[in-house]
Design a protein around this ligand. Structure first.
Ligand SMILES: Nc1nc2c(c(=O)[nH]1)N[C@H]1C(S)=C(S)[C@@H](COP(=O)(O)OP(=O)(O)OC[C@H]3O[C@@H](n4cnc5c(=O)[nH]c(N)nc54)[C@H](O)[C@@H]3O)O[C@H]1N2
Ligand SMILES: Nc1nc2c(c(=O)[nH]1)N[C@H]1C(S)=C(S)[C@@H](COP(=O)(O)OP(=O)(O)OC[C@H]3O[C@@H](n4cnc5c(=O)[nH]c(N)nc54)[C@H](O)[C@@H]3O)O[C@H]1N2
Ligand code: SF4
Ligand SMILES: [Mo]
Length: 739
């Protein structure tokens, strides 16, 4: 099938190469010094190092960008930033490939219809901003502020959010809430009263035994965690990995358990069953600090290791052994909360089960267990009175919240409201909607096709830009200031600064300037300081420093790490309704959901089909790096493969390296072929492909048609009705051999 089938009114337009940076223009640009001589950022024939933070994933490590003759030639890990410790993951070093990407968006673009033909024309910033402001204003006048929604991911969105709030719009959605980590935030909050955190509050450094469910560090490259795990293993940390696939992490594990996908809650219940029935749990801790033990036992006592063995395909002996080892290493033992936790519709319950497994062994605030990091306190420089909103939260899900709160609605709800006509305009900042919204590409396009006005703020001609009415080219993270990375709890509390390393290339602009221009056009006064520098300086001065000071190292941090551990006899309090760790969640119960995680059977694949599992590759963060020539040069990084067990390959007569198409249970066929990887490293009932390949926009010259798109093959999704997250792992594929 071609994506052509998904098109209708909002035809997918090929942005003329005239409007992109283009290779020719690029080569001169790269060779030259960037504009603005006389400015501090201009070429000076000397080397300098600028400290900032990475945007290639959401971990936000500190970087040191090395500049020579006005050009960045190397990016290394900042020695000052606690999340880097002088090192980066492979993607972090690849920023050069983003800033000097010849396919970059170079100018604002406006969609135009002439004589029945739709195309993009190059526009000035003033024109693009005026047009955007007019359209947004009219839509708000006609339909009310609830008809406008902003979708955002990545760190430059904050200024747009301020602008929209001043404009009276507060419908904000962050796809990474409902498609990624909502369950792990909420699941921990319902149990402990605080989130699992980013970085996770697991004291990996001091742990002796950690269980991982899915979470595939080594492929998922979260820098600090990978460093801590490698260091831990060198030191004797034992890890156990439950994964239907032999992941890189499984290769480092004491034990790999090829669990049947979707059965993890049964496994977790069985481990609880052993801990309780064999008296291996921390009785005193549970008695003093938890509520709901009886309810928990009433639920898990039926899940004997023998019963779980039938469900999970892991032997009862293995389950007992792991439960006993886990307890024997406690309290320096933990179960990792994971990150992308919305696998099925029961993600919140699965993370709750993880939280409970931790609580049962009394590892809270103990070396090697679950810890609660602290924030570096840096006040917000609020200066604008917002209008009263009709609603503060637009989500219909009873337990939808967000820690910050950055969201007021789930992104799948925005998509549904676009389809139903309630949302008329979308402002998309750094979200490649067709390939990211895990309701599947078809549904995502249905939503984009149905709205009146779409603005995309992006750095590259990603798929989403091809549906936009206005495309606003943002400068990359190496060319701009953003708001401070403040208020993230960590072992060493810190605040980090993003600052421009070189001046914006082409006619791109930093988000903070674009938002300011929009605010001015909409006549919203007093939203922003005179300059972003003034704003940052104000915030940093409130924290006892200054912009000038923090620019030197890119980070402000507590001199000493926080004392993370509890003293003997120290009373603990939790911000849950009961003030205790809730083994049975009162919030879940009150909202009409199971107070204790229950195992629900997920459907098996139809005959001849296989469950599609997905994950990450070390050199790729989907749309963020897919077109990055610097990162994806190696053939292994340039495309994804479909992992197939040898027995399955034999049954379907597939050979290793063969190019095939995939077809899902709804008949959707992958637009591009994908190579078969025949491997024992995956179960027979599942296949595996990395997400973030198979781009169909031709202007992504490097990424186009490399591998197959995971999101295209999603036709089935399920909602976690408690928090409003979207599960998408009940999708299945079979193979179509090339003619
Ligand atoms: N099918 C499927 N879908 C998934 C997943 C999956 O595994 N499978 N994973 C889910 C997960 S875990 C997550 S976190 C989300 C991620 O979802 P997204 O963050 O939406 O993922 P990307 O595809 O990387 O889209 C990022 C967009 O931001 C643009 N961009 C990069 N840097 C900048 C910048 O500095 N400024 C601006 N304005 N734009 C920038 C990129 O060009 C790209 O268009 O996807 C989810 N969707
Ligand atoms: N290099 C790199 N690193 C990244 C990213 C990237 O794009 N590239 N993206 C970042 C983002 S946004 C996120 S959200 C994280 C995601 O990274 P993780 O949170 O680690 O992702 P998961 O989906 O938990 O893990 C995927 C693994 O789960 C296994 N799995 C699938 N189904 C099941 C199941 O039912 N049970 C069990 N036990 N295992 C299962 C898969 O085989 C795969 O090995 O990675 C982050 N880090
Ligand atoms: S983990 Fe890698 S990509 Fe993510 S922020 Fe750190 S260095 Fe950048
Ligand atoms: Mo994610």
């Amino acid at each position: 099938m071609s994506h052509g089938q998904d098109m209708n009114r909002r035809d997918f337009i090929k942005i003329s190469s005239l409007f992109l940076a283009g290779s020719a223009a690029m080569s001169t640009q790269i060779g030259q010094t960037v504009t603005g001589s006389g400015n501090a950022l201009a070429a000076d024939g000397q080397e300098r190092v600028v400290h900032s933070f990475c945007e290639h994933c959401f971990w936000r490590c500190g970087i040191a960008a090395h500049v020579r003759d006005g050009k960045i030639y190397k990016i290394t890990g900042s020695e000052h930033h606690p999340l880097s410790n002088g090192r980066l993951c492979p993607r972090g070093t690849g920023g050069i490939g983003q800033i000097y990407d010849p396919d970059r968006l170079a100018h604002p673009l406006i969609r135009e219809k002439k004589g029945g033909k739709t195309s993009y024309r190059k526009a000035s910033w003033d024109e693009a901003i005026t047009y955007t402001a007019e359209r947004l204003y009219k839509i708000k006048e006609q339909y009310g502020p609830q008809a406008i929604a902003m979708l955002h991911h990545g760190y430059g969105y904050t200024f747009f959010k301020e602008m929209f709030k001043a404009f009276g719009v507060n419908k904000f959605a962050k796809p990474s809430y409902d498609f990624c980590c909502g369950p792990r935030h909420q699941g921990f909050i319902f149990t402990y009263g605080h989130s699992a955190g980013t970085p996770e509050g697991i004291d990996i450094e001091n742990s002796k035994y950690i269980l991982f469910f899915g979470t595939h560090y080594g492929e998922n490259m979260h820098n600090t965690a990978v460093q801590e795990i490698s260091e831990g293993i060198r030191r004797g940390l034992k890890i156990v990995v439950f994964d239907p696939r032999f992941s890189t992490l499984a290769g480092k594990a004491e034990k790999w358990l090829p669990i049947k996908a979707g059965t993890d809650i049964a496994m977790m219940q069985a481990i609880m069953n052993v801990l309780i029935s064999e008296d291996l749990y921390d009785k005193q801790f549970v008695a003093e600090n938890t509520v709901g033990f009886d309810e928990l036992w009433a639920e898990v006592q039926q899940m004997t290791p023998e019963k779980a063995a039938e469900i999970t395909d892991i032997s009862a002996d293995d389950i007992r052994e792991i439960a006993r080892n886990y307890a024997s290493h406690a309290p320096a033992a933990a179960v990792h909360p994971g990150r992308r936790t919305q696998w099925y519709a029961d993600g919140t319950q699965r993370v709750r089960a993880i939280a409970i497994l931790n609580a049962l062994v009394g590892n809270y605030k103990m070396p090697g267990g679950v810890v609660k990091y602290e924030k570096y306190k840096v006040p917000k420089a609020a200066h604008h009175e917002y209008p009263a909103f009709e609603k503060e939260v637009w989500s219909k899900y009873p337990l939808f919240t967000d820690i910050k709160p950055e969201n007021t609605i789930a992104s799948h709800e925005v998509m549904q409201q676009a389809i139903s006509g309630e949302v008329k305009a979308m402002f998309v900042y750094g979200v490649n909607v067709p390939e990211t919204i895990t309701m599947g590409r078809k549904k995502a396009l249905e939503a984009l096709n149905n709205i009146d006005f779409l603005v995309a703020v992006d750095t590259l001609p990603m798929e989403v830009t091809g549906y936009a009415d206005v495309v606003l080219p943002e400068s990359t993270y190496l060319e701009r200031y953003d708001d401070l990375d403040g208020g993230r709890p960590y072992r060493t509390p810190f605040v980090a600064l993003r600052q421009p390393v070189v001046e914006p290339m082409f006619d791109s602009k930093p988000g903070n300037e674009i938002a300011r221009m929009l605010a001015e056009k909409l006549e919203l006064h007093g939203v922003f300081e005179e300059s972003v520098e003034e704003y940052l300086d104000k915030r940093l001065k409130m924290a006892g420093s200054s912009l000038e000071e923090v620019k030197k190292t890119g980070v402000l941090k507590n001199p000493e790490p926080t004392d993370l551990y509890r003293k003997p006899g120290e009373p603990l309090t939790f911000k849950t309704p009961s003030g205790k760790i809730e083994l049975a969640s009162s919030k879940m119960k009150e909202a009409g959901f199971d107070a204790v995680p229950k195992f629900i059977q997920h459907p098996d694949a139809p005959e001849g089909y296989y469950r599609v599992l997905t994950g990450r590759k070390p050199m790729l963060t989907f749309g963020r790096t897919a077109n990055n020539r610097f990162l994806n040069e190696l053939p292994t990084a340039r495309e994804n493969e479909i992992w197939v067990n040898p027995e399955v390959a034999a049954k379907h007569q597939l050979s290793h390296g063969e190019s095939i198409h995939l077809k899902n249970q709804a008949g959707v066929v992958s637009e591009f072929p994908i190579k078969v990887k025949v491997t024992q490293r995956i179960r027979q009932d599942a296949v595996y492909m990395v997400h973030g390949y198979g781009h169909y926009f031709k202007k992504l010259k490097w990424a186009h048609a490399k591998g197959a798109s995971h999101n295209q093959l999603i036709s089935n999704y399920e909602i976690d009705e408690s928090i409003g997250a979207v599960g998408f792992q009940n999708n299945f594929v079979t193979f179509i051999k090339e003619a």
